[in-house]
Design a protein around this ligand. Structure first.
Ligand code: 13P
Ligand code: SF4
Length: 303
């Protein structure tokens, strides 16, 4: 079967079997073409609440599937490739958070959405890269323990000088591979290009950027800008999508190390097999886990 034929079959099967497909912006172009909703982590969390179908396939990584299941507990939620996990989500356990809370009893615990559902049950509020600043600005606590991504945390801290932050030294292994030297080299090669980066990048990279924002934020900025060339400091797929959407502009990947292997694990065939009932994993979560992780996610969505 060709890619187009598999996509056609997926479109037919999802209608016939009442499935909604969500695709994170880091997924490949052939997957985003068959998705009902695409976007960043925050946008997908909102879409999960809106979806009317009784089955949902989450093309992304495991924590995203858990968020969808938490927000839509009555639906069947599937991860097309069970191996797709986010290494950052495994950097801290619930027990680690409880120990940190004992050390910082006066701090509200704010966790990045890139964490396990189990860890979320020990947190006060969840944020995504696109919602963190607004949510914490309005959050009724002056002292924040921000976990696990200290790079995102420091970027938020700069914009909220009125709050006091404590960080855990976690972060995204993909984005953290990029160094200041990569930026200087890339700027030399493309002197007219604007640099757009994700806040998961190191501070030494973010502080040289023209724009720092979520995957959706980066795409919206590049589409709106009058500039013709952009250096993209986030996962490689964003360069691919932008090049499709803006053929008259040029996009360069900041460094060829910006590939998240976990985000690349899910293929069109995995989605097809999930629809056929021959693959994927249905995410099963206990009522206790769902209600415990729902509370801090709800605070994010209602802020
Ligand atoms: P956003 O989708 O919030 O930009 O986050 C990127 C990411 O790393 C998802 O794993
Ligand atoms: Fe996790 Fe980073 Fe991959 Fe996102 S890009 S899924 S944060 S490892």
């Amino acid at each position: 079967m060709t890619t187009a034929e598999i996509q056609e079959e997926i479109r037919r099967l999802k209608k016939e079997k009442d499935f909604c497909i969500l695709g994170h912006a880091y997924q490949s172009h052939d997957i985003l073409e068959i998705a009902d909703f695409t976007g960043d982590s925050y946008g997908l969390a909102l879409s999960a609440r809106e979806a009317k179908q009784k089955n949902i396939i989450m093309c992304g990584v495991r924590f995203m599937g858990e968020v969808v299941k938490t927000l839509s507990p009555d639906r069947h939620v599937y991860l097309p490739n069970p191996m797709a996990g986010c290494p950052m989500a495994e950097q801290l356990t619930r027990e680690d958070v409880i120990r940190l809370k004992e050390r910082y009893p006066e701090h509200a615990v704010c966790a990045y959405i890139n964490t396990t559902a189990e860890l979320k049950t020990a947190c006060d509020v969840i944020v995504t890269s696109s919602s963190a600043v607004d949510i914490l600005r309005n959050y009724p606590a002056d002292k924040i323990l921000f976990i696990p991504d200290c790079n995102l945390g420091r970027w938020v801290e700069k914009q909220l000088p009125e709050k006091e932050f404590v960080f855990y030294s976690g972060g995204c292994p993909t984005h953290m591979r990029v160094k200041k030297e990569n930026v200087l080299e890339s700027k030399k090669l493309h002197p007219d290009a604007e640099l757009l980066v994700h806040p998961e990048c190191l501070e030494e990279v973010s502080e040289l950027a023209d724009y720092v924002g979520s995957t959706t934020g980066i795409m919206a900025y590049a589409k709106k800008s009058d500039k013709k060339e952009f250096i993209i400091g986030t996962e490689q797929a964003i360069v691919e999508h932008l090049q499709f959407e803006c053929p008259d502009k040029k996009f360069y990947l900041l460094s060829d190390c910006l590939v998240c292997h976990n985000m690349k694990l899910t293929t069109l065939m995995d989605v097809y097999n999930t629809l056929l009932g021959n693959g994927g994993e249905e995410l099963i979560m206990s009522d206790e886990l769902i209600s415990g992780s729902y509370k801090p996610i709800e605070r994010m969505l209602n802020s």
